[in-house]
Structure formats: C-alpha cells, structure tokens
Design a protein around this ligand. Structure first.
Ligand code: ADP
Ligand code: MG
Ligand code: ZN
Length: 476
C-alpha cells in the first residue's frame, strides 16, 4: 500500500453456537447426519409452526457479548430478514435488527508486537439457513439439517487497517469463542464464517471510502490475502482516476484475486420487520450476572498469567494457549512437575508435533502426568535429555509410565564414574592427534570428545560426569 491511501476494514463473523438443539425447535444440531433427517415443522418452515427460543443459545450468545465487553440490552427484539433462496424454507431468517441484545464492545488484539483495541459494533443471535448440495449426480438437493441452527453474529467497527490485522482479529475472536465453548472454530467446515468489508481512503481523510464486501472466506490465509488483494485493486482503481463501486466480491483461490458477485443495484432489500411469533427477549440482571460468572478466564488473560506467574516466555505462552485443551494440558503438567519453563520447552519441542486438533477437541499423545514423570527422571539423573526424547517417542499413545519404559528398554543414564572413564579413555586412545591438539590449547576440540563419548554410549552417559572425566584424563 502506498503512503497516499490507508485501508479500512470491518469484519462480520457468523459463528455456529454449540447447542445440542436448534435455535427455535428441538431438532438436533449434530453435524454429518444424512440430509433432512434433523428437521421438523418449525425448521422446515411449515405454515402454522411456531418458534420457541432455545435458552442455551441465549446463554451462549450473552456470554459471547460479555466476553467482548458489550453492554447488554435488557429488552430486545427479534426481526425477520426477508429474502428468497432455496435453502431458506420460510422465506425469511429470524435475526435481530435495530434492537440487538448487545452492542458497544471491544476486543484487544496483538499485532506486530503492539496492542490494538478493535471496537465491536454489536453481537446478536440469528438462525442459520440450510445448505444446497450439488454433489448428487445430475441434480442438486437442499439439506435442511442446518436450517435453524443458532448463530451468533459479531459485527466489528471499521477499525482494522491491514490484512494482517484482520487475520489477527479473526484468530483472537475464534480463540475467545472456543474458550467460551460457544463455537468449534472450524473455518473450513463453515461453522466459523467471515465477511470482510474493505475500503480505502486518503491518509488524513476522515470520511470512509466506498466499501466492497468480500464474502465467505474460509481460511485465515485467504482472509489476509483476499483483503490485501482487494486493497491493491481499489488503490489501482483510484490511482487511475476511477471510483470504487460498492459491490459484493468473492475470493478466487486459484487466480489469487477477487471477482464481482453482485453489484449494489442487485443488493437485496431485506424488508426487516419485528418477528411477530416471538415475544421480546428479556434478559434479567440476575441471568446476565450468572453468565458473566461463567465466562471464565479468556485467552489473553491466560497468556498474561502464564507469563507472570509461571514465568514462561511470551512466545511460549502464545503457543500454549492457542487451543483450550493444550492450555489445560500444559498447566496440569507444569503443576505436577513444578518447573513450568522446562515443561513448556518440552511440550513445544516434542509433544506439539504429535498433537492434532479438531474443533474444540485436541488429540494429545501423552498425559500431563506422563510428561511430568518423564522430566522428573531427567531431574534425578536417571535419563539424559537425549534419552528422555527416546522414551517420549515410545510413550506416545500408550498409557505406560516412563519408569516402566526405562526398565523395559534398559535405558538408564550411566552415572558410574568407572564406566564413564573407561569409555573416555578409549575415545582418547582412538583420537591421539586431536587429544594432542587439545592439550596444546585448541579447546574447541573439547566438544568433539564429548560428542564421541556420547556416541559410544548412545547418549546414555551423564553429561556432567563426561565433562569431568575428560578434563581429568586429558589433563586440561
Ligand atoms: P451491512 O453489511 O449489513 O450493510 P453495515 O453497514 O452495518 O452492515 O456494515 C457491516 C460491516 O461493514 C461492519 O463490520 C463495518 O465495520 C463495516 N464497514 C462499514 N462501512 C465500511 C467502510 N466504508 N469500509 C470498511 N468497512 C466498513
Ligand atoms: Mg454485511
Ligand atoms: Zn426442527
């Protein structure tokens, strides 16, 4: 981006809430069932069926709003957003419009070592539409299993200034929702969806430029790339003396560019009006207070606490809080072992490579107790660092205690002076030239001898004792 223009970005995020049942009926929300097996008169939009609001969805949406520092409106309304599309059986979506239950929030994000507060316009609840499936041979079908699944929509103020900031905003928001247990954070499967509004303006100009809405970008990389591409496109238009047209554009992964989906003239008029089949949504102080209590520790606070009270580095803290299950695992292992820094290092260097996460679930290869016990064996001198890594490799996806594996594998750190001295003598005898050079002052060769001894003992020799024996026998 040149220094003439500045980018302005505001994101709208739709997140499926992890309730067991749908927003306005008792159908299951379980993912992956055969098409149209989780439907009823209400979510099929049959005439006369009446919606009944899901209390669990309200609680989750309120927790989301509170975690984002929004103010809560004690009385709010649902509204009908009318449009025609095959996946929308009623011909309207129940949403909130001019009276959302919460607004005026904010979220702090960390970008490039700096802290930035992004304002949140509003958080409201709405229902999802169904899904058109085009993979059924010569015809398409409509699957209404998703129709009526509760969504929380988070609308951000146009406070973001780059693709990087937008991606970081999304990452932070996703972490918050996952920590709250409100959403599984799955961009690829579409349970966490984002539309990005992008405009540019001259630096110093206050008035916002004409915006383009980028629809349904399904990965963090594409959010950033799509926005960056769109900023460049708009800049090229303005620099050439043209004007940016308000429109909705899509991101084409193959060409790495955005393309027009529909222009402003084709934009829909949703003819919002109050939903007559639902009463006002009343949120009592008591209910809100209870939700506030169950918000718990948010990722940013957790990161700070890990750094301040467990004394791990900021970057380790960032990595270890990236998924709620990993954070719990680390904290438990740190508590059991006592040295959080060492536990953090070990988890980052060994364990994380074997962890796979899927939504709120994380498949952890070992337990916190196994990690703590393994590191204790190193503390006690039973295992060298290298042996600990080998034992870890054998421990993965078994319930075996590291002590059992050490016995089974016959792996004990050799801490016997005589045994070590015997190996050291052998190594010196086998490398007379190097020994002479070392004695003559070429101390850089010391590491060579340590390495040779370790190789002879397959990493089992106690490193401190090897150092001592080498110094004694080489007389350096
Ligand atoms: P809608 O998309 O339904 O018309 P709004 O007009 O309220 O809704 O805008 C939605 C999003 O667009 C918000 O996230 C807001 O921050 C962002 N936005 C609005 N105007 C601009 C602009 N000129 N440039 C960039 N983002 C904008
Ligand atoms: Mg919009
Ligand atoms: Zn239903």
């Amino acid at each position: 981006m040149s220094s003439v223009y500045e980018a302005v970005i505001g994101l709208e995020v739709h997140a499926q809430m992890l309730t067991r049942t749908k927003a306005f009926c008792s159908c299951s929300t379980a993912f992956g069932a055969p098409p149209n097996t989780q439907v009823c008169a209400t979510c099929l939009g049959l005439p006369g069926a009446l919606p009944v609001l899901n209390a669990e969805a309200v609680a989750m949406a309120v927790r989301t709003a509170l975690a984002l520092d929004c103010t809560i409106r004690s009385r709010s309304r649902f509204a009908r957003k009318n449009y025609f599309y095959p996946d929308l059986p009623k011909g309207y979506q129940i949403s909130q419009f001019d009276e959302p239950f919460s607004e005026h929030g904010s979220m702090v994000i960390d970008v490039g070592g700096e802290t930035k507060t992004a304002r949140i316009t509003r958080v409201h609840m709405e229902e999802d539409a169904g899904k058109n499936l085009h993979d059924r041979g010569d015809r398409s079908i409509v699957d209404l299993n998703r129709s009526g699944v509760p969504l929380v929509e988070i609308v951000g103020e146009p406070d973001l200034r780059s693709g990087v900031e937008a991606a970081e905003y999304l990452r932070t928001l996703r972490e918050v929702l996952m920590t709250l247990g409100v959403n599984d954070g799955n961009l690829e499967e579409g349970s966490f969806r984002c539309d990005a509004n992008v405009s540019i303006r001259r630096v110093g100009q206050e008035k916002l430029g004409t915006r383009v809405e980028l629809k349904n970008i399904n990965s963090f990389r594409f959010v950033q790339k799509g926005i960056e591409h769109e900023i460049q496109r708009q800049e090229a238009v303005l620099s050439a003396g043209g004007t940016v047209v308000q429109e909705t554009r899509g991101w084409d992964e193959k060409t790495g560019s955005t393309f027009c989906l529909r222009s402003k003239e084709e934009a829909q008029d949703y003819r919002y009006f109050p939903e007559p089949d639902l009463p006002e949504l009343v949120l009592t102080d008591d209910f809100v207070a209870r939700q506030r209590q169950s918000v718990g520790e948010l990722p940013r606070a957790k990161r700070k606490r890990f750094v301040e009270t467990l004394s791990i580095t900021a970057s380790a803290s960032q990595v270890l809080t990236s998924h709620p299950k990993i954070a719990v695992f680390f904290e438990e292992a740190a508590k059991l072992h006592g040295d959080a820094g060492r536990v953090a290092n070990f988890i980052q260097s060994e364990v994380l490579r074997d962890v796979s996460t899927r939504g709120l679930e994380a498949d952890l290869p070992v337990s916190a107790a196994q990690v703590a016990a393994l590191l204790r064996l190193v503390d006690q001198g039973t295992l060298s660092g290298k042996q600990a890594k080998d034992v870890y490799g054998k421990m993965v996806r078994t319930d075996k205690a590291p002590e059992v594996l050490v016995a089974e594998l016959g792996l004990q750190q050799v801490s016997d002076v005589e045994a070590i001295e015997a190996v050291v003598s052998g190594v010196i005898a086998a490398n007379p030239k190097q020994a002479e050079q070392l004695r003559a002052g070429k101390m850089g060769l010391f590491g060579f001898f340590v390495g040779q001894v370790m190789r002879e003992t397959k990493g089992a020799a106690n490193p401190g004792m090897v150092n001592g024996a080498l110094k004694r026998l080489l007389e350096v």
